[in-house]
Ligand binder design. Structure first.
Ligand SMILES: Cc1cc2nc3c(=O)[nH]c(=O)nc-3n(C[C@H](O)[C@H](O)[C@H](O)COP(=O)(O)OP(=O)(O)OC[C@H]3O[C@@H](n4cnc5c(N)ncnc54)[C@H](O)[C@@H]3O)c2cc1C
Length: 404
């Protein structure tokens, strides 16, 4: 891949940069501690402003309000947002993962109804996939949806770790609709209004002090007959689309996550003694090398996308490297700045306390390493006890295996 901008990309970059220079004054402070409602309102207004300028949903088709451009244009926007030091959009989960899932699998009515308000941040979305006993093993979900004779659905169960549910208008939810089918087969994806009767949202407070995610309970929630996205009992394929876009959002977005070596270097250089310390310099050199290598892994990912290929396990390795590099940088900055790095008003305290959670979000490190082991290194696959067994018989089969 040619790492320089083409003349067309350079012109686009100049346009984005000029727009950000003019509009950065309207950007909210990077999300952290403080009044959540105010912060969300400011962030929502920022997303709207970016959307009106055409910098949200850059890769979405024009008929759905996007710009119909390629992923490299999205990367240019991410890079320029990072360069300007302003936050990205409020609803990265909706626009980056759930909107593309609706575009790929939703009905014309669903696309017409939901996509434009999502793009502008007027209706924020959340991803209702993980459950207390189904995270890495997502196909093990137990939330049940039963169809009534009139075609409507009744939904009962629990989701957990649901980011943004506290202010989301809608959620995309994976439910079990046929427990007698194999566990990947009897699943269906639904659109759920978060203000429906029977939905209860409880915040979960993270180590950073912020309740950014939630547990969500569904107690006999009624859903309209047209709430299913994609085929009934074909929800696993729909979920795979979301997970592919999740990897892309994290992989192509890592530039925009702000985990750049120069940002960390500036903090270390602010302490002249630490900046000359050989041990600090060696630790910084190691992590800066990792982050630079990550940028080139990202370019390989983009090369695959721009050739119309589906990115492989390098997306997962990119996520592991980005998170571990940023954790190492946070540790180094905490060592250099001392307790002041953890002061609630410090630029670093939120980053340092938020990062450990990212080791789990979007696929845990162990799961991503398993994928690399199996698909890249050709190591023997994990034992899979659940192959070909109806979901309703799985527990009995697991008990038998344990007993023998
Ligand atoms: C900040 C954050 C935001 C999130 N937001 C959302 C959201 O909006 N919506 C949503 O649906 N989910 C969300 N999640 C949940 C996330 O998808 C899950 O945390 C993730 O899938 C892991 O599942 P789990 O937490 O149940 O861990 P588990 O799957 O129970 O794993 C626990 C540990 O066991 C290890 N492990 C599990 N299976 C294996 C195996 N086969 N081999 C080796 N090791 C294994 C894991 O690596 C991990 O270390 C979020 C999580 C975080 C941290």
């Amino acid at each position: 891949m040619d790492l320089n901008d083409t003349p067309e990309q350079a012109a686009y970059r100049a346009e984005v940069r000029a727009w950000l220079e003019q509009n950065a004054v309207h950007a909210p402070a990077t999300r952290g501690r403080g009044d959540e409602q105010e912060a969300v309102a400011a962030h929502r207004a920022w997303q709207r402003r970016l959307a009106e300028a055409g910098y949200v949903g850059v890769t979405w088709p024009a008929e759905h309000g996007g710009q119909g451009k390629g992923p490299l244009h999205q990367v240019v926007v991410n890079q320029e947002i990072a360069r300007a030091g302003v936050p990205g959009i409020l609803d990265a989960i909706g626009v980056g993962m759930l909107g593309p899932t609706l575009i790929a699998h939703g009905s014309d009515e669903q696309k017409q109804r939901y996509l434009a308000p999502m793009l502008h941040g007027d209706e924020v979305w959340c991803q209702l996939f993980s459950e207390p006993a189904a995270g890495s093993d997502l196909a093990g979900i137990q939330t049940r949806a039963r169809q009534e004779p009139d075609g409507s659905w009744r939904l009962s169960g629990q989701k957990v770790w649901t980011t943004n549910a506290q202010f989301a208008a809608y959620g995309l939810l994976l439910a079990r609709t046929d427990p007698d089918a194999h566990k990947h087969k009897g699943l269906t994806m639904f659109v759920v209004p978060m203000d429906a009767e029977g939905v209860t949202i409880r915040p979960l407070r993270q180590i950073s002090g912020e309740p950014e995610f939630n547990e969500v309970f569904f107690d006999d929630v009624k859903l309209a007959p047209d709430a299913a996205v994609g085929p009934v009992n074909g929800g696993w394929g729909v979920a795979l689309t979301t997970l592919m876009f999740e990897r892309l959002t994290i992989g192509a977005g890592s530039e925009g996550m702000g985990y750049r070596a120069d940002r960390f270097a500036a903090a270390i250089a602010s302490d002249p003694v630490a900046a000359k310390d050989p041990e600090v310099r060696a630790r910084f050199g190691a992590l800066a090398t990792e982050l630079l290598a990550l940028r080139f892994t990202g370019y390989r990912l983009l090369t695959a996308i721009s050739r119309g290929q589906i990115p492989g396990p390098e997306a997962g390795m990119g996520k592991i490297t980005a998170v571990n590099g940023a954790i190492a940088a946070g540790d180094l900055i905490a060592d250099v700045l001392g307790p002041e790095a953890l002061d609630p008003d410090s630029e670093w305290s939120y980053l340092i306390s938020f990062l450990p959670g990212l080791k789990s979000a979007g696929g845990t490190e162990e799961i991503l390493r398993n994928t690399v082991g199996e698909r890249v290194l050709g190591l023997p696959p994990e034992p899979r006890l659940d192959k070909g067994v109806p979901f309703s018989e799985l527990r009995a089969k697991e008990r038998q295996e344990v007993a023998s």
